[in-house]
Write a protein that binds this ligand. Structure first.
Ligand SMILES: [Zn+2]
Length: 340
């Protein structure tokens, strides 16, 4: 007998309740309150910080960090922005969530310590799912629909390090892609990347783009920390993004930005060994096709040659594995091609 699941049944409402009123003018600091009953707090909740700054009519931008909990430029820059933005500064509305996956952020981890959920693989989420799925569902059905411009600030976290770039994706709708590319250019990071995802299913990016939003993400550094330089890029880029949206007054402060492409999956060099990583080129360096980018040495003996990992085409090193010890399956490096 066929079991029929009625896909037309409406989803239940989100269990998340905001302590802010999205329609009220002014500056509000509050929380997205997500009930989470557990051993140390029977009727407890996960309290995700949120700021809403609104004045009059105009576009809405949502700015997020901490989608992965071990990436820090977004949370730092967005906490500063939330503390400094006045209602008089904006035309329209800015919604700031410095740490989307708040449990992961508090733990300093990429994924949630509660359910091991990777928020950026959990979309569209579920209102009756895990804590991570409930967060995704709230963004999917409540926050994204009320926005026009979406900026999600990432970095490499504890296991990757990146050249600082803002990114847009190749999209089926050329007009929407052009709007995303224009917003990426306005962010004006030192590099601007047309990003090819390994697997775009379940990403916040994909959810926002499918709704026709102007979506920009970034990778601004990595290694599980932020630097003065990477935070300055985030600070300026976020304000530039809001100026581009027409929410903050003035023109974006544009600096030089090198446009990069990822022509195919061959951009990614994937490790096939467990061992000790020797990077042979550093971030930003030019590599030729066939050049050795990294070696992985055996850790358990002498007298064995390391395996060499070579660039499959010429370009520059845009990302690398950060820790010195690697496992089979790790992303060792990403080669990107500067646009002519
Ligand atoms: Zn990330």
């Amino acid at each position: 007998m066929l079991v029929h699941i009625n896909a037309d049944l409406p989803l239940r409402p989100s269990p998340i309740s905001p302590t802010v009123d999205y329609d009220r003018d002014g500056v509000q600091h509050g929380f997205l309150k997500l009930p989470y009953s557990r051993d140390d707090s029977a009727w407890g909740a996960v309290m995700i910080p949120i700021t809403v700054v609104k004045r009059g009519e105009g576009p809405t931008a949502i700015l997020t960090g901490g989608n992965h909990g071990d990436e820090y430029e977004g949370p730092i820059a967005l906490l500063k922005l939330a503390n400094s933005l006045a209602a008089e500064d904006v035309t329209g509305r800015v919604i700031i969530v410095p740490a989307m996956n708040y449990p992961a952020f508090r733990a300093g981890r990429r994924t949630s310590p509660i359910d091991h959920g990777n928020l950026n693989r959990a979309f569209p989420g579920k209102p009756d799912g895990t804590v991570t799925e409930k967060i995704a569902d709230y963004f999917q059905r409540y926050l994204l629909p009320m926005t026009d411009y979406v900026l999600d600030v990432h970095a490499g976290g504890r296991t990757l390090d990146f050249l600082p770039f803002a990114a847009a994706h190749i999209l089926p709708d050329a007009e929407q892609q052009a709007r995303c590319v224009a917003a990426m250019a306005a962010f004006s990071a030192p590099y601007s990347m047309m990003l090819l995802e390994i697997d775009a299913v379940g990403m916040y990016d994909t959810a926002a783009e499918a709704m026709g939003k102007v979506f920009v993400s970034t990778e601004l550094g990595g290694g599980g920390t932020a630097t003065a330089r990477s935070v300055a890029i985030a600070d300026r880029g976020i304000r530039n993004f809001l100026k581009h949206a027409g929410i903050l007054a003035g023109a974006p402060e544009l600096g030089p930005s090198i446009r990069l492409d990822m022509p195919s999956g061959d951009c990614y060099l994937t490790c096939e060994d467990d061992g000790l990583l020797e990077m042979c080129v550093d971030l930003g360096a030019t590599v030729q096709k066939g050049e050795v980018v990294a070696r992985v040495h055996r850790m358990d003996r002498t007298g064995a040659p390391p395996r060499e990992y070579r660039a499959k085409f010429g370009g520059l090193l845009a990302a690398r594995h950060f820790p010195g010890v690697v496992q089979s399956g790790d992303c060792l490096a990403v080669i990107a091609v500067p646009q002519e």
